[in-house]
Design a protein around this ligand. Structure first.
Ligand code: NAG
Ligand code: NAG
Ligand code: NAG
Ligand code: NAG
Ligand code: NAG
Ligand code: NAG
Length: 369
């Protein structure tokens, strides 16, 4: 500010030496034929200065824009969840939803009785109860029955292939397919692979949540839209560092197409996710020999550049749940185009939840040799 005032008040007219030559001589100033040695020397010096400044700046920018080496790894299959035994190695969580959902998570027997988890030869289904209406006993006046399952096996790194045939959506729903160590959260991190709320019209959100020291304001190679860049759960009200996919990556438009494959590659170099529609699944995935290096740009890329992935993410289970209402849904309900209020819909309108189910084909876990 001060500098600007000083230069404005400076007399401009007579300060330049060329003023003494008058108008007739003006054109010669712009004609190189009349330039003196001094002028040529000035130009040469300017060019040298530009080179001296520009080269190191370019080099520094390349250095400050590093990217991890995602060298191809050789993956082999270590585990598959599929068929009628799909739910055999999972625990059913029955506590309160930590994000204040209006939901009652039921144990395995109750879930089977209500048919909220169901596994056949070809598919596993997890759903929200639609059998209980306002005049039933029990009713849903304190929350509706739903399920949350946690794999007993825990993982550190690997390539995870999820065959997702139907994603849950509908007013008041908050489904998620994620990896975390719930007993050591956030120390061991959280990797959200699929997540949406209400009608799921904002697409799929892929997000990391961590302790401090994990940031994504670095070079990334992804097709999704980066949201917050700080993954620290203590910042931005635990929004995490999210990446949003296109509208057809979750909900009705994803399901209409028969769903598709969600792939997660979790390794020290970084965490990347891809989504493939049913009619665009790479042959190496169907062939049981997946190789992410051949899949093109990821949907989301969380490189290790400013985040030590190896220490922020550990000992994680696969978790699949459908919460109803809850912090994020309450906050967005007014803008969601959904009727009434969230708890009223959950308590009194079982018909709203007919699309609130996951249908999954096999989940395969590959590990690098
Ligand atoms: C993967 O396997 C190929 C051939 O089987 C081998 O040449 C290559 O070095 C392996 N790569 C790694 C990272 O182990
Ligand atoms: C279930 O999913 C939601 C959405 O990701 C998550 O915020 C919540 O903490 C999960 N867990 C439980 C117990 O509901
Ligand atoms: C349980 O749910 C599955 C999947 O939605 C369905 O195919 C099956 O018919 C249901 N079983 C009963 C007894 O309702
Ligand atoms: C819902 O169930 C509770 C007990 O679980 C009962 O006290 C209440 O009257 C019921 N509500 C209706 C509308 O039936
Ligand atoms: C790993 O996770 C399991 C299950 O969630 C938990 O019981 C265990 O304490 C964790 N172990 C470590 C070393 O964090
Ligand atoms: C939600 O809607 C119901 C039915 O219209 C109403 O009785 C209830 O007071 C509302 N609750 C809130 C928190 O607005």
């Amino acid at each position: 500010m001060k500098l600007g005032v000083v230069s404005e008040s400076r007399p401009v007219q007579s300060s330049h030496p060329s003023a003494q030559y008058g108008y007739a001589d003006e054109p010669s100033r712009w004609n190189p034929r009349y330039w003196r040695k001094r002028v040529w020397a000035g130009i040469a010096v300017a060019i040298v200065i530009i080179i001296v400044i520009a080269v190191p700046v370019a080099v520094t920018q390349t250095r400050s824009d590093p990217y991890p080496n995602y060298v191809p790894l050789n993956y082999s299959l270590v585990e598959t969840y599929e068929g009628e035994s799909f739910f055999d190695n999972w625990d059913y969580f029955t506590g309160y939803d930590p994000t204040h959902g209006f939901v009652h998570y039921v144990p395995r027997e109750h879930a089977q009785q209500l048919n909220l988890t169901y596994a056949s030869e070809t598919a596993a289904v997890l759903k929200v109860d639609t059998s209980v209406g306002p005049n039933d006993e029990p009713n849903a006046s304190t929350g509706r029955f739903s399920v949350r399952v946690t794999s007993r096996n825990t993982y550190h790194e690997g390539l995870f292939i999820f065959d997702v045939r139907h994603t849950p959506y509908g007013c008041a729903t908050w489904p998620a397919l994620w990896l975390s160590d719930p007993y050591n959260w956030p120390d061991n991190g959280e990797i959200d692979i699929m997540e949406a709320i209400n009608q799921a019209d904002d697409g799929n959100q892929m997000t990391l949540h961590t302790t401090s020291g994990c940031r994504m304001n670095v070079r990334r190679e992804q097709t999704g839209e980066g949201l917050q860049s700080n993954c620290d759960h203590a910042e931005n009200q635990n929004a995490g560092c999210g990446v949003r996919g296109p509208e057809e990556s979750f909900g009705p438009r994803f399901n209409d197409n028969g769903g598709g494959i969600m792939a997660l590659e979790w390794r020290d170099a970084g965490i990347r996710m891809w989504q493939f529609a049913r009619d665009a699944i790479p042959a190496d995935i169907t062939g049981g020999n997946p190789s992410p290096s051949t899949w093109g740009t990821a949907a989301s890329d969380f490189p290790s550049t400013r985040c030590d992935v190896g220490s922020h993410f550990r000992n994680s289970s696969i978790i699949i749940n459908i919460t109803l209402c809850g912090d994020l849904v309450y906050a967005a309900y007014g803008d969601s185009g959904c009727p009434s209020n969230c708890t009223d819909i959950v308590s009194n309108h079982p018909e709203v939840f007919t699309q609130a189910y996951w249908e999954l084909g096999p989940i395969q876990v590959y590990q690098a040799a």
